[in-house]
Write a protein that binds this ligand. Sequence first.
Ligand SMILES: Nc1nc2c(ncn2[C@@H]2O[C@H](COP(=O)(O)OP(=O)(O)OP(=O)(O)O)[C@@H](O)[C@H]2O)c(=O)[nH]1
Length: 785
Amino acid sequence: MRSPTLARLQYRAVSGLARSSRFQSQSLVNSRFASTAALRTSGIAPAYQSVLRQWEQRRSAGTATASAVLEAAAVNPDGLSQAAIIDNLDPAHIDSGKTTCTERVLFYTGRIKAIHEVRGRDAVGAKMDSMELEREKGITIQSAATFCDWVKKDKDGKDQSYHINLIDTPGHIDFTIEVERALRVLDGAVMILCAVSGVQSQTITVDRQMRRYNVPRISFVNKMDRMGANPFKAIDQINSKLKMPAAAVQVPIGAEDEFQGVVDLIRMKAIYNVGENGEELKETSEIPDKVKDIANERRAMLIETLADVDDEMAEIFLEEQEPTEEQLRAAIRRATISLKFTPVFMGSALANKSVQPMLDGVIDYLPNPSEVENLALDQKRNEASVKLVPYNSLPFVGLAFKLEESNFGQLTYIRVYQGTLRKGSNVFNARNDKKVKIPRIVRMHSNEMEEVSEIGAGEICAVFGVDCASGDTFTDGQLGYSMSSMFVPEPVISLSIKPKQTKDAANFSKAMARFQREDPTFRVTYDTESEQTIISGMGELHLQIYIERMRREYRVDCETGQPQVAYRETIGGRVEFDHLLKKQTGGAGDYARVMGWMEPTGALEENKFEQQVVGGSISEKFLFACEKGFNLSCEKGPLIGHKVLGTRMVINDGATHMTDSSEMAFKNATQQAFRKAFAESQPSVLEPLMKTVVTAPSEFQGDVIALLNKRGATINDTETGVDEFTIYADCSLNGMFGFSSNLRATTQGKGEYTMEFSHYEKAPAHVQKELIAQYLKAQAARNKK
Ligand SMILES: Nc1nc2c(ncn2[C@@H]2O[C@H](COP(=O)(O)OP(=O)(O)OP(=O)(O)O)[C@@H](O)[C@H]2O)c(=O)[nH]1
């Protein structure tokens, strides 16, 4: 019998401070070494050579510490500037262990034969981090898909095999699109938190993303072996910070280096891992005395929390009955799937402890595809919200959620929502109704592929040779269904870039085209004024990774300009206009008159164009040209040439000339009217405000606050832990350039930070003045040429 396809899971982002255990500081040293080695071979860091040599001497003498490179760099100013470059490429290794957990899942389900660690001593690297750069840096850059089967006993004690599609995603905020698209197609997620750091800023971001796509989740508090591990603090934070009712379904037996296993609160059994890699589970009803009380207390809390979110459990609770194992499981499943609750598991992936019970939790509490409501728009019948049914025999509907270039051509990842996708069949792209043949279908196992002839509903696969954009819906042609795509955030940072050598231009263009196709948050534009290619993305690390990939994968060394902030411009207040464009230069002239007003839309969001012309003083055709003029003006604002936001233009009257009016004249007149009215309105430059979270050992608190104040940050909150503190601040992106090297220098390399775009805010007057002056100067220089 074919096993039921069950629960997709996704591992999520959370971070922890890599400093308290010996193991972690060792990892930091190794990762820095990897970075420096990469730079050395690239030959761009001659001054850094001496720093490297010093460090290598200290390493071989066994005296290297986590901050050795920075210490060495500090005595060599040239070295320090190179260290700053490395900082950008060497992100905080503060993650919760998604890839490490995935490695165990793959091992325990028999998908891989041996466990390899993220930045482990064997230098092999974890299965899901297949890119060279990922293995070197120890971070996940691209999400990777795989699948496995997990055998679990059913309630009659019979083995049941469940099929799981799994996507391991990056945690770093710069690669957020990878999380976005994974969550768009997954039916359930495992939210992994660090037992020391608990809920962090990335957790909050991913929580928002999970809510956007209604993805139910179970939680796993990892790193129970770390000093300061406290799963109950993490649970409190899920409740308070994420406002998601959460309760432990396990309690730990011991913690930190005495972490031994867990007590399952549903069956009240102690579970230990045995065997070299923890592959076997030993279960016993003998719960150690020291955890009996906490186990009883937490079981009561579990029942109480469930009673708050589930009617059936509320009834049992009010009648003061003890729920059965079945009743408890059913209530957790109902509450989890209806997004009202998250059960919390705990363990240590690195120590091979308690990962299997979390996998059981995936089966027990996350939905299978038939339990998730997936909707589409029926374009043929103009019906919104038609339900997709995950039956293989129904007509095919699938969503392309990720594009990737492989050695064998373009790979398109597809989630099949309904029907079956067959090799050799034709499918139709709902966006353009184009017919596409499916020549090959593969199932991905990280970077390996397994050829299959068909793939059924609920599955994830990849196909070759299909020309499409990410987010396109495919159907069998009978159905006119289209599914909503994923949310794509706007880039906040840009750089000018060009290949160092002109001979590399072709490869450079090839790489740019590919990266853009694969990653919708990576944009490439050409600025005709400065004659520069500009790349834009989600952060410094995001862009640096692409520059590095260009060097490694396309052998193109690039020169880049200073990172530029994606400023915006907005109107100051309401201004009326009556603008006439009239030119008579022999032959046919130009004539267009536009009247109306411009004003703020009220929110710093999309711009709006409206026409309220009555009596036909401007024809439809010319009004269309006016709208075009408005959109062009919004693309390049009058103040500093950046995009315009939150601006509305209303045209309510005007005049047309019998022979001299044209679309061009109306477009130009609107642009001129826009420019004049915008300038009169006391417009503002807007700058991106970043939510910034800094964590460092307590002794550096004063220095870090001073550092943030110097950069004009607004500190919103400070949390003090056992031996570390966390500061939550709002900072302008402009004020944060180079912060990572400053922070590391201030905290002896022990401080970590994350930064995420929050919203646009008016730039201070002096910044605006400076930016306008720079813009005018650049324009004058160009005009001179
Ligand atoms: N002490 C301890 N360290 C762990 C554990 N799990 C993972 N780590 C370490 O934490 C670091 C980050 O682990 P990863 O698995 O790469 O974390 P991630 O969440 O996948 O990271 P990104 O993909 O970059 O977001 C690595 O050095 C791991 O060895 C654990 O259970 N205990």
